[in-house]
Design a protein around this ligand. Structure first.
Ligand code: FAD
Length: 393
């Protein structure tokens, strides 16, 4: 079925931004008791190359779309031997953007009340009891709520103290078998020689095809050629591949904010709600948001089904936010190399516990255990800085 264009000027819900978060929310609305509401999804319609990777312990609606899933991961550091870790009960999945969007759009097209508009969103303003969205294709009115995933998240790309996950990746294909598909390489810190947190991320999806992503958790962005040169050198150093040996099938790049949301926490009484990256759905210490977005959107729909409530869009957990702040401060301070921090976490803890922690599913006792496993001084110094900062506020 075709996606339907807007039939009305007035909708119950308007989803301003139809990227991953907007469509995830529309998907869960369509599966809920709110499925008959008039919903308009507005997007400018330009989509970049992108993959969605996540780890989960339980099966989710989209696992079947994964191009590849792994039960084990490699961790490489400056130590002579690399470790291969079983991540049970978790599985790491890689979904290609095109497969995910095609599937979700096909599901949404089954609902005649869910409409799509390709347009530039210009502004959002309150009007009467609802809100008005001004677009390049005219004005649309949301009687109940606007879910905004298009507004920029406050992160300054030029400010080195605003940490970002910045990366450029190539999907390469060889005409001979070259890659061990048994495990994904989440962190390869053998490329990190300085204090900045940089690593290669490798997802071998077949013996001939793999995604190589040169990644930084830092405040200073580089020119695209810098990341490309790093990938070329890596392919040669670790796989013996020269440029004649592979084809670059796709290139993807991104700058993802690694900051806690400085905006006020939102509750469901509000008419204009930010979701996705705009709403701070990205986990600040990892840059991952696909899995969290699914969880937050499911919870959001469950709360909307109950009617007006003070429920928060994102659970507000000051302890977890503080732990993130400290971790980010350590990466900003660079008193210790980022690679050493991850090394201590991976070598001193069970990998599943670490993944649980990064998913914010650990208890405070487990958090304390993890905190003991990292180098004390840089973390104490960073913790004091965050405490002083909050006193000044
Ligand atoms: C290359 C890349 C790879 C990533 N890989 C992963 C991953 O593996 N795992 C993971 O968990 N996270 C990943 N992320 C992070 C995150 O999951 C994605 O950024 C995700 O797309 C965020 O969803 P979103 O809806 O918040 O933003 P987007 O998907 O960017 O959606 C925002 C939408 O708003 C629209 N828009 C913006 N401005 C306007 C306007 N003025 N008018 C109309 N429309 C507008 C855009 O067209 C876009 O479709 C990745 C990010 C990038 C960039």
């Amino acid at each position: 079925m075709q996606l339907t264009g807007p039939a009305y000027r007035e909708y119950d819900y308007i989803l301003a931004g139809g990227g991953m978060a907007g469509l995830s929310l529309a998907y869960y609305l369509s599966k809920s008791s709110l499925s008959s509401r008039r919903i308009l999804i507005i997007d400018r319609g330009i989509r970049k190359e992108q993959t969605f990777c996540y780890w989960s312990a339980e099966t989710s609606d989209f696992d079947f779309l994964a191009e590849k899933s792994w039960e084990s991961l490699y961790f490489h550091s400056s130590r002579p031997s690399s470790i291969k870790i079983a991540i049970e009960p978790y599985t790491y999945h890689k979904i290609n953007r095109k497969d995910w969007f095609s599937h979700v759009e096909a599901e949404l097209s089954k609902y005649p009340n869910i409409h799509f508009l390709t347009a530039e969103i210009q502004s959002i303003a309150f009007q009467g009891v609802g809100s008005l969205v001004q677009t390049s294709e005219g004005k649309f009115y949301a009687c109940e709520k606007i879910f905004d995933s298009f507004s920029p998240f406050p992160c300054d790309n030029a400010n080195p103290k605003h940490l970002k996950q910045h990366f450029l990746g190539w999907e390469v294909e060889c005409n001979f078998n070259n890659f061990d598909t048994e495990a994904a390489h989440l962190f390869d810190f053998r490329v990190a020689f300085g204090k900045e947190c940089e690593f290669m991320y490798v997802l071998p999806t077949s013996p001939r095809k793999a995604l190589f992503e040169y990644t930084f958790f830092s405040g200073t962005l580089r020119e695209p050629e810098f990341y490309r040169d790093k990938i070329k050198s890596y392919l040669f150093a670790y796989y013996g591949l020269t440029e004649d040996d592979y084809l670059i099938k796709e290139e993807e790049s991104g700058v993802i904010p690694m900051r806690n949301n400085p905006n006020a926490v939102e509750n469901l009484y509000q008419k204009h709600l930010k979701i996705g990256t705009s709403g701070g759905f990205v986990k600040s210490t990892t840059g991952y948001s696909f899995y969290r977005t699914q969880k937050f959107c499911q919870d959001l729909v469950a709360s909307l089904e109950k009617g007006p409530s003070p429920q928060l869009v994102i659970p507000h957990r000051p302890w977890k936010i503080w732990l993130d702040e400290v971790f980010l401060q350590v990466l900003i301070d660079q008193k210790i190399a980022g690679s050493k921090v991850f090394e201590s976490l991976f070598y001193n803890n069970k990998p599943a516990l670490l993944l649980k922690f990064l998913q914010e599913e650990t208890s405070w006792k487990e958090d304390l255990r993890l905190m003991w496993s990292v180098p004390t001084l840089p973390f104490v110094r960073a913790a004091l800085k965050t405490i002083n900062r909050s006193k000044i506020k």
